[in-house]
Ligand binder design. Structure first.
Ligand code: CR6
Length: 831
């Protein structure tokens, strides 16, 4: 496939080369061509789904033309590139974004309209590309959007799961999972590249032999082979010619499957064996912030890493540069520890296959990689049992032992006789069985390590990676605060607000430079602007109310305060504290006289989020929310003063409806547990205020928008350890308001109390690890303040405007520029 056309024929190629459609008529021609040929349909049987597919094909063709040009330009310019390795890319829908970034939104909209379709209906046909769990995966999606929009040469590498994150239904109040077969109707946004097929090996053994130069070397052989097939997803930048690539790998059996069995007549089992290969990339592991040491997961990691590195090295070798140029040409970012094995794989390629000396190879490796840490939660840190690891990747384990040996020798020199130190920082944990600590390997094999918000980056330096700071110094450790793409999370999700902002900024330039939002700040006191702003919020709330009506059958009033907590369900994110406070609110209102009720700020408490299928406590929290919803919503004493809603199957496209509709959103993790959070940024950018703890990016949001525009509460990260200690060893009574709530649950107000036994015990049973009781009073106080402040509509909206005006920092473009400058050392591609 490297075949190039002879010079004599190239003129003809250029003459007939595909061009991008430029106007409505050209789009319509393409649309109909795709309906009639690609889909083999006609105007007599073209439904919304077919129309969506045809429109997508037309837009995709356009992206491919831009993609080709970009790739050619990158090859010609031969600049340093970044490769972003992430096991998750939570892209959501592609069509709206593709239209916007390619600048063909109006053409497409009016184009399909003339042909008898509504663009909104077509957009609804697209399934989410839900190849991620939560923040980490969505961050990767925002990052590839920003890398393209800021014209950096960069690719994403991931896995093409056949099943993304499961779909969630609520049955009898409980979460029920079903598979997300998102590829059922084909995926117009990917280009299969069957010719890019890379063999990946597992298992086998290592053998030492003496090579031509008389050196003893180790080789890995005798294992099982599978093939990685590339699927390319074009990533168009906004208002730029750059269209980058997201390459996702799918596993296939190798062409030469077990011929021995085949020839011996055991055809069936030969085919069955080969089918196992396909399962490697079949399904996304549905855990967020939780490590479960399954062999198939390690297989996924190595499969994806091996294919990606093979691809990167192959591309580098085509340039015929010396190996010493490698890290001048290539930066690789590790999105969490999931791709850490890449460090070992590159060392293996350089030493075992390319014959470099260990030290020279290691120098190249460490200057190539950067590692981003996304959590301090101990249950999320990857540690692979040595026996499992050595069985699947025997040569890699040997290399890890060597990396560790050289590293520990260095540490021993720096801290002579400090055996505890050696044990603490060793890549191999001396437990039974021994474990490979992936985060340590990632630190040792990278030149930079970063956290994802200031507090988090400080915490990793003082807690989990403290020893490594002593060894490497502080320069290796840095912070890059997360960001979100304003294209999807403002313009696409909230077109009316974007338009209103554009009317004051003078153009849509803020979508490329989000700090220009500052220009709306003076209008925070302008009554006319405030009114328009408030109308848009109302419109967005009505849009969400319609979704709630459709999904839950519940009527909610858009005049009520919309209070939203949507994110993965996790004890550390404290949805349990939220629902306890909702119960408290319910009990309080129930005890009020008619006169007192007049003073109540009506509220709609909206929850959403998935629990990991095996996370019992999170599932119990979902059940409690739904039970409370059942009781409260039909209580005639309460009416519109309080509604409780659980929106099933929270995902990216629902987030696009939900984020613009909040008055308050909650980000209430126990201080020090949420590395950054990114939905906090989405909600504020869409003109909602935050009720939150002093945690993650909430802290920087406060600094940017002003502490008068955020409702903060709760203990600080620095007190958490002490408070936990207190609870465990002294008899600290639980908060009395919380006790009333627990009494209500235990009294059976929300159904069988036994269902909630362990949830209640997690708070009362001398532990309360997440400090629900310790923070409950200040949480209720903050809630009270929210109720009071919401009554003054004008001031409220004014605060929202000020907040939005100061959100410029949280663009993922800013984050990408920081990575590019301080970690990747790459430049944008010149025109
Ligand atoms: N669960 C953090 O918990 C952060 C994202 C992206 C998380 C969250 O606070 O915003 O990463 N961590 O940096 C992991 O996934 C390990 C997340 O999404």
């Amino acid at each position: 496939f490297e075949a190039s056309i002879p010079a004599a024929s190239r003129d003809l190629w250029q003459q007939f080369g595909v061009t991008e459609f430029q106007d409505k008529e050209a789009f319509q021609k393409e649309f109909i061509r795709h309906v009639e040929t690609t889909l083999a349909r006609s105007m007599y049987n073209c439904d919304d789904l077919a129309a969506y597919l045809a429109a997508s094909q037309a837009i995709r063709d356009r992206l491919i033309v831009a993609w080709n040009k970009t790739q050619q330009k990158h090859t010609t310019k031969d600049q340093k590139r970044v490769y972003y390795l992430s096991l998750e890319f939570l892209m959501g829908r592609a069509m709206d974004n593709a239209m916007l970034n390619a600048g063909v939104k109006d053409i497409t909209k009016t184009g399909v309209d003339d042909l008898g379709f509504k663009i909104e209906d077509l957009l609804e046909q697209e399934p989410d590309a839900a190849l991620g769990n939560g923040g980490l995966g969505r961050l990767a999606a925002c990052f590839v959007d920003s890398i393209a929009s800021t014209n950096y040469p960069g690719w994403g590498y991931g896995l093409r799961y056949q099943y993304g994150i499961f779909k969630q239904r609520i049955v009898d109040g409980y979460q029920v999972e079903s598979p997300d077969y998102w590829l059922a109707f084909s995926n117009p946004w990917e280009i299969p590249r069957y010719e890019i097929a890379i063999d990946v090996m597992f298992y086998g053994y290592t053998r030492k032999y003496t090579n031509d130069q008389g050196k003893t070397v180790s080789i890995w052989e005798g294992g099982e082979q599978v093939q990685a097939i590339a699927y390319d997803v074009p990533v168009p930048g906004y208002d730029t010619e750059t269209t980058n690539n997201l390459r996702l790998w799918a596993s296939k059996p190798t062409r030469e499957f077990d011929f021995e069995k085949f020839n011996s007549g055991d055809y069936e089992s030969s085919v069955r064996e080969s089918q196992k290969a396909e399962t490697i990339s079949a399904v996304l592991y549905p855990n967020d912030n939780f490590y479960s040491g399954k062999e198939l997961r390690l297989k996924q990691q190595y499969f994806w890493v091996a294919a990606s590195l093979n691809d990167i090295v192959r591309r580098f070798k085509k340039t015929h540069r010396p190996w010493s140029d490698f890290s001048d040409q290539i930066a690789i970012q590790l999105n969490d520890t999931h791709p850490t094995i890449a460090i070992v794989e590159l060392q293996r390629i350089l030493v075992d296959m390319e014959g470099l000396e260990w030290d020279a190879a290691w120098e190249i490796v460490t200057s190539t990689f950067g590692y981003t840490n996304h959590t301090v939660l101990p249950e999320a840190l990857e540690k692979w049992p040595v026996p499992l690891f050595g069985n699947l990747l025997p040569r890699h384990l040997e290399i890890i032992y060597n990396i560790n040996l050289f590293f520990l020798q260095k540490v021993e020199k720096m801290f002579p006789k400090d055996r505890d130190m050696l044990a603490r920082v060793s890549i191999i944990e001396e437990s039974s069985p021994q474990q490979v600590r992936m985060a340590y390997l990632a630190i040792i094999g990278s030149h930079k390590v970063n956290g994802v918000a200031e507090l988090h980056s400080d915490l990793i330096k003082t807690t989990i990676f403290k020893d490594f700071v002593a060894i490497y110094g502080t320069d290796k450790f840095m912070n890059v605060t997360n960001g979100i793409t304003p294209r999807r999370w403002l313009h696409q999700a909230n077109p009316k607000l974007s338009e209103l902002i554009a009317s004051k900024v003078g153009s849509y330039s803020f979508l490329k430079d989000l700090t220009l939002l500052k220009k709306v700040e003076p209008f925070a006191k302008d009554p006319e602007f405030i009114e328009k702003w408030a109308d848009i919020k109302k419109f967005n709330k009505a849009r969400l109310a319609a979704l709630i009506k459709k999904n839950n059958g519940i009527d909610v009033s858009v005049d009520a305060l919309f209070d939203v907590q949507v994110k993965r369900i996790h004890e550390y994110k404290r949805q349990q504290m939220n629902i306890f406070s909702v119960i408290h609110r319910y009990l309080t209102i129930k005890a009020m006289s008619a006169e007192e009720k007049k003073d109540v700020t009506p509220r709609v408490c909206i929850f959403g989020g998935k629990s990991a299928p095996g996370y019992y406590m999170a599932k119990t929290i979902i059940k409690l929310i739904n039970s409370v919803s059942e009781v409260v919503n039909k209580d005639a004493d309460i009416g519109d003063l309080l509604k409780v809603v659980f929106i099933a199957d929270y995902n990216v496209s629902k987030a696009e409806i939900i984020c613009p509709a909040s008055d308050i959103s909650q980000h209430i993790s126990t201080a020090g547990t949420e590395a950054s959070g990114t939905s906090n940024m989405k909600f504020v950018l869409n003109g909602g205020l935050i009720l939150g703890t002093v945690d993650g990016a909430n802290i920087e949001i406060t600094r940017e928008i002003g502490e008068e525009n955020i409702f903060l509460f709760g203990h600080l990260a620095e007190s958490v350890d002490d408070l936990r200690h207190q609870r465990r060893f002294n008899d600290v009574p639980i908060n009395p308001d919380l006790q009333k709530v627990i009494d209500a649950i235990e009294g059976g107000m929300f159904g069988d109390k036994d269902i909630y036994g362990s949830l209640i015990y997690s708070v009362t049973g001398n532990r309360d690890y997440y400090l629900v009781s310790d923070d409950f009073q200040s949480y209720l106080d903050a809630q009270k303040l929210v109720d009071k402040d919401f009554k003054d509509k004008t001031t409220w909206v004014s605060r929202c405007i000020t907040a939005v005006a100061n959100m410029g920092f949280f663009s993922s473009d800013r984050a990408i520029n920081e990575y590019a400058e301080s970690i990747w050392n790459i430049e944008p591609v010149a025109k």
